[in-house]
Design a binder for this molecule. Structure first.
Ligand SMILES: Nc1ncnc2c1ncn2[C@@H]1O[C@H](COP(=O)(O)OP(=O)(O)O)[C@@H](O)[C@H]1O
Ligand SMILES: [Mg+2]
Length: 260
């Protein structure tokens, strides 16, 4: 398998510095690695260096892509002879909350999905909700008061801020029940080829359950303990575009060497 990373914008010969440590860990572990110029790709040119070998499985580690762009990326890898590890439908399954939510409903915050033109405050009021955690299909708002909405009439302002800071609303909007997580208990796990991995310690049952229900080759599972003591899934993410968070580069790279 070959890992592929975005290059530094100003020096396309080296990996973007955000991935530099991981790149070195992968190199040290003897994995095949390429870098590609992300801006070139956006403009329709895809020229990974070193070149991808014919039939080689390719796993991306880089910026989040909307599903349409991921589909173009998938095509670009295939066009140079590679076989993307994650197909477009598996990517979207973990990248977009409304896709994975039905598979894990009982382990995560209750969620209602909306389009941008819906009157979300009205719908939530009719459903008896007094507040919500509002995000688009992918990301929350991490500025100011953020995604926590205690007064439903402020929802249009929160959406306006999402548009401003994220550039767009991806997919649509998700209103989630506000949970009280103990922030110190938030942990990220990765599922690789159906097996859940922890950077240290045991894998909780809830994560193993996600690994068995969600059929995608590589994804992250974030969990935390709620105030009532129950473990809860905060979100899933496609592993290719997930931060390592508390994971060491070596642990992440070692995981890729484990058999399915
Ligand atoms: N339903 C919720 N209620 C309260 N806080 C939440 C809820 N969902 C997420 N959070 C908090 O907000 C943070 C960001 O939410 P998350 O869904 O992971 O969005 P992002 O995609 O931006 O990382 C989480 O780490 C968690 O602390
Ligand atoms: Mg998150």
């Amino acid at each position: 398998m070959r890992l592929i990373y975005p290059a530094d914008t100003f020096n396309p010969k080296v990996v973007d510095e955000i991935y530099a440590d991981e790149f070195v860990a992968a190199q040290t572990a003897g994995l095949s690695i390429s870098i590609f110029n992300f801006e070139d790709f956006q403009e329709g040119r895809f020229c990974p260096r070193p070149a991808i070998q014919d039939g080689e499985p390719v796993l991306y580690r880089g910026w989040m892509l909307p599903p349409n762009d991921y589909a173009r990326f998938h095509e670009a890898i295939s066009a140079v002879g590679g076989t993307p590890v994650t197909d477009v439908s598996s990517y979207t399954l973990c990248h977009h909350l409304p896709r994975w939510y039905p598979l894990l409903t009982e382990f995560t915050s209750e969620t209602m999905t909306f389009s941008e033109s819906d009157d979300i405050a009205l719908a939530l009021t009719e459903a008896g909700w007094k507040g919500c955690f509002l995000k688009d299909y992918v990301k929350s708002l991490s500025t100011d008061a953020g995604s926590l909405v205690h007064d439903l009439s402020t929802i249009p302002n929160v959406i306006a801020k999402m548009r401003k800071y994220r550039g767009q609303i991806e997919g649509g909007l998700c209103a989630r029940r506000i949970e009280e997580y103990d922030a110190s208990t938030e942990r990220r796990y990765f599922v690789w080829n159906g097996v859940a991995h922890s950077d240290s310690g045991e894998v909780p049952q809830i994560v193993a359950e996600a690994a068995s229900r969600v059929l995608s080759p590589f994804f992250s599972v974030d969990i935390a303990t709620r105030r009532d003591g129950a473990l809860s899934i905060i979100e899933l993410g496609d592993g290719q575009v997930s931060d390592r968070k508390h994971w060491s580069c070596d642990n992440l790279i070692r995981m890729f060497a484990t058999p399915a």
